[in-house]
Write a protein that binds this ligand. Structure first.
Ligand SMILES: CC(C)(COP(=O)(O)OP(=O)(O)OC[C@H]1O[C@@H](n2cnc3c(N)ncnc32)[C@H](O)[C@@H]1OP(=O)(O)O)[C@@H](O)C(=O)NCCC(=O)NCCS
Length: 155
């Protein structure tokens, strides 16, 4: 089941975020601060009333940006991230967004594959953008046009 997320979810979302990322984990305070902005929106997916994943996006004029997207490991490869992404796209379209952007670490081939399968195109990179425990990592910039034609999804 998909549902919008709110500031009250911040603690549970932070626990979930920590289960999905080994680096760059968001604290409950960071999530609460982000969700407090009226330019930010997000959705969670629940399975048997347990949080399984969530997405947070930010609007800026005619662009939306994915700030984070994650699904807990035991629930991955069931199409949940695609569901979250489709819902976020519908929301962003209603807010007038024409493009959906994101940045992802070059050390995250699974996420790159996920976004490419969905139809995102790499637009560039920011060199040495992320500070990992293991050192600096490039950020890859992806975008997807979300106007007009039906959106491509996984085959
Ligand atoms: C990336 C992530 C969100 C994908 O979530 P998910 O719910 O497993 O993704 P979906 O089930 O919707 O996958 C859709 C398609 O993406 C591709 N994909 C997803 N995970 C993959 C993997 N581990 N290996 C290869 N392809 C993968 C597949 O083509 C998949 O379709 P299929 O299962 O029918 O083959 C999840 O792996 C995750 O939370 N990772 C850790 C956090 C992260 O890296 N977030 C993204 C950066 S912000």
């Amino acid at each position: 089941m998909l549902r919008p997320i709110h500031i009250d979810d911040a603690h549970n979302l932070a626990v979930l975020h920590a289960a999905c990322f080994s680096d760059g984990v968001w604290s409950a305070q960071q999530l609460a601060d982000s969700l407090a902005l009226n330019t930010t929106f997000g959705y969670a997916v629940e399975q048997d009333r347990n949080l399984a994943g969530f997405i947070v996006c930010q609007m800026a004029a005619d662009q939306a940006e994915i700030l984070t997207l994650c699904v807990v490991p035991p629930m991955q490869r069931r199409g949940l991230a695609q569901e979250l992404l489709r819902q976020a796209i519908l929301h962003a379209q209603k807010q007038g967004a024409e493009t959906l952007m994101l940045e992802v670490g070059a050390d995250n081939p699974v996420a790159c594959r996920f976004y490419e399968i969905f139809g995102f195109k790499q637009q560039g990179k920011r060199r040495d953008y992320y500070q990992r425990h293991s050192g600096l990592v490039d950020a890859l910039l992806y975008s997807l046009t979300i106007t007009g034609a039906d959106l491509h999804t996984a085959p």
